[in-house]
Design a protein around this ligand. Structure first.
Ligand code: SAM
Length: 274
C-alpha cells in the first residue's frame, strides 16, 4: 500500500500525467534506451549517447557495406544506428558492443527477415577478437575516445588485422572542440610538444564548457583526438589513409557544438595482398 510519505511530490505527479498525455512534448534528451525520436539516446553503461543522426563517415560505411555485400563489422554499435540501415540496404553485418544489453535492444529493432544477415558479438576493445583478413569494412564510431592511447593503438592494429586485403576502416572520435572545450589548451600544448595522446582527460567535470553541479563519475576518462592522431594510428597499423577530417556536429546542441570540429573521422584502406 502506498503511504503518504512514499507518494511522489505534487509536481512529479503533474509531470507524469502531462508526459503520459503529451508524449511528443517530452524533454529532448532521453535517458531511456532505444529510439527516442529526439536525436540522443543514452547508453546503459555511462559511455555517453548514441546520436540518431549519422555523420558522413557512418553514411560512407553504410553505402560501402551495401555495395560490397561481403561481411562487414561494426564495433561499439550501441543500439544499431549504423548497423540497422546497413542491414536494410542489404549488408551482411557483425555488430559488436561492450554491453550485451545494447545488442539485445539492437536485435529487437531489426526486421525479422534481416536477422539471418546479422551476427552479434559482445566484447570490449582492444581484447575482443574476430577472424583475420575477413571483413570488407569496419566501422568504429565514437568509441575509441573511451580508451587510453596504447589501447587505441592496439585496437586499430587489431581492426587492420581483421580487415580483408583492400578492406576499409571507418573511424570517428570525439575532439576537444565542443563539450570538452576546456581541454583545448592542454590538447594544443601537448600536441605542440609531441605528446602522442594529448587529449587524455581525467575528472571530466573539469573540462566541460559549463561546469556541472556534481562530479561526472562515468566514464572515468576521455581520450580526445583529432584527424592527425587518428591518421597516425592507422598508418602505424599499416593502413593507407584516404580521408581524414573534422566533422561538424551542429546537432550536438548547446555547448556540445562549437566551430565545426566537434568530432573527427578517418577512412583508411588495407593494402591489397601483393
Ligand atoms: C557513444 S556510444 C556510440 C554509439 C555509436 N557507435 C554511435 O556512433 O553513435 C559508445 C558505444 O561504444 C560501446 N563501447 C564503449 N567502450 C567500448 C569498448 N572498449 N569496446 C567495445 N565497445 C565499447 C558502448 O557500450 C556504447 O554502446
Amino acid at each position: 500500500m502506498q503511504t503518504a510519505t512514499s507518494r511522489p511530490p505534487f509536481l512529479t505527479r503533474v509531470k507524469t500525467w502531462f508526459w503520459e498525455h503529451y508524449p511528443d512534448l517530452r524533454p529532448r534528451v532521453s535517458g531511456k534506451p532505444g529510439w527516442s525520436g529526439n536525436g540522443m539516446v543514452a547508453t546503459l553503461n555511462g559511455t555517453g549517447f548514441m546520436f540518431e543522426r549519422r555523420d558522413r563517415f557512418a553514411e560512407a560505411f553504410i553505402a560501402y557495406a551495401a555495395e560490397v555485400r561481403r561481411p562487414v563489422l561494426e564495433v561499439g554499435c550501441a543500439y544499431g544506428v549504423s548497423t540497422i540501415p546497413a542491414l536494410e540496404r542489404g549488408a551482411i553485418v557483425t555488430a559488436s558492443d561492450l554491453d550485451p544489453r545494447h545488442l539485445e535492444i539492437l536485435k529487437s529493432k531489426v526486421r525479422p527477415d534481416l536477422l539471418p544477415n546479422l551476427t552479434l558479438k559482445p566484447g570490449a576493445l582492444p581484447d575482443i577478437d574476430f577472424p583475420g583478413n575477413h571483413y570488407a569494412a569496419i566501422l568504429c564510431s565514437r568509441v575509441l575516445h573511451f580508451l587510453r592511447g596504447e589501447d587505441v593503438d592496439a585496437s586499430i592494429r587489431n581492426m587492420a588485422q581483421w580487415l580483408a586485403p583492400g578492406g576499409r576502416l571507418y573511424l570517428v572520435a570525439d575532439c576537444p572542440y565542443g563539450i570538452w572545450r576546456r581541454a583545448i589548451p592542454q590538447f594544443e600544448s601537448g600536441k605542440a610538444n609531441g605528446e602522442r595522446y594529448p587529449g587524455l582527460i581525467v575528472g571530466l567535470h573539469n573540462f566541460l564548457a559549463t561546469p556541472p553541479a556534481k562530479p561526472i563519475e562515468q566514464p572515468p576518462f576521455m581520450n580526445l583526438m583529432d584527424p592527425d592522431i587518428l591518421s597516425r594510428a592507422c598508418r602505424e597499423a599499416g593502413l593507407e589513409v584516404i580521408d581524414a577530417a573534422f566533422i561538424p556536429r551542429p546537432d550536438f546542441g548547446g555547448k556540445g557544438s562549437m566551430d565545426g570540429r566537434e568530432n573527427c573521422g578517418v577512412i583508411a584502406v588495407k593494402p591489397a595482398a601483393a
